[in-house]
Design a protein around this ligand. Structure first.
Ligand code: PEP
Length: 249
């Protein structure tokens, strides 16, 4: 199955405006010739317009790291999917483990966010992943099954090319402990099987890996048959490292 590789950066809550502008400029010369991948840079909200303006005419796309589960109104501090889209971003991350952990995001809210993003014509990078405790208790497959199953009906409303699944084992995020290519592949193949329950086009859905992905380990991960790219946190804050990961595909 021919799936276009997908590499995304997650800047999280890093970089001041000057640093962000420098990194955006350094990234923006990645050209189609350099990579056949779809490349999305998920920046903090205040930098969305800076990113989309810098990336005009380039191969890079802009994403946010979250969106509100509400469309509009008295929700102080929230940012709607329509606002994000109006800054010309075309992706949003949803369900990142840091949102689940620090903001208690659960299935009902995540399903509402998926629907809001879709209504605003934002595509979605939807994150799933088990904790270390869940893996140690051999509950990792159950956990992923549940995280996908509980939003499947919302995702079913989307065209198949409007979302990407990011498998991000929580124990590998920001820890320097990458899942081995075999461990990651095992879970990616499992996710693809779970997706078959809800999507006849499951073989076309891209599943990317996230968790301490670096220029050193990216190529081995990308060789696995069900790993279609990466969601990169720490290593995406350095243009040379991120470009090296892109070129590992
Ligand atoms: C992430 O937070 O999405 C992530 C993958 O982070 P890191 O690459 O730093 O582990």
């Amino acid at each position: 199955m021919n799936r276009k590789p997908f590499i995304a950066a997650n800047w999280k809550m890093n970089l001041n405006r000057t640093e962000a502008q420098t990194l955006l400029r350094d990234l923006s010369n990645i050209s189609v010739k350099d990579s056949e991948s779809e490349i999305v840079i998920c920046v903090p909200f205040p930098y969305l317009l800076l990113a989309t303006e810098q990336f005009q005419g380039s191969q890079l796309q802009t994403g946010s790291q979250d969106c509100s589960s509400h469309a509009v109104g008295a929700y102080t501090g929230e940012t709607s999917a329509a606002m994000i889209r109006s800054c010309n971003a075309n992706y949003t991350l949803l369900g990142h483990s840091e949102r689940r952990r620090y903001h208690g995001e659960k299935a009902t809210e995540l399903s509402a966010k998926i629907r809001e993003a879709h209504a605003a014509q934002l595509k979605i990078i939807f994150c799933v992943g088990e904790t270390l405790e869940e893996r140690e208790q051999k509950l990792h497959f159950n956990c992923i099954h549940e995280q996908i199953g509980e939003v499947a009906s919302a995702l079913q409303e989307l065209p198949i090319d409007s979302f990407v699944i990011a498998y991000e084992p929580v124990w590998a995020i920001g820890t320097g402990k990458t899942a081995s290519p075999e461990t990651a592949q095992e879970m990616h193949a499992y996710i693809r099987n779970v997706l078959k329950n809800s999507f006849s086009m499951a073989p076309q859905i891209r599943i990317i890996y996230g968790g301490s992905c670096t220029p050193e380990n990216a190529a081995a991960l990308f060789k696995q048959p069900d790993i279609d790219g990466a969601l990169v946190g720490g290593a995406s804050l350095n243009a040379a490292s991120f470009k090296s990961i892109i070129h590992s595909y």
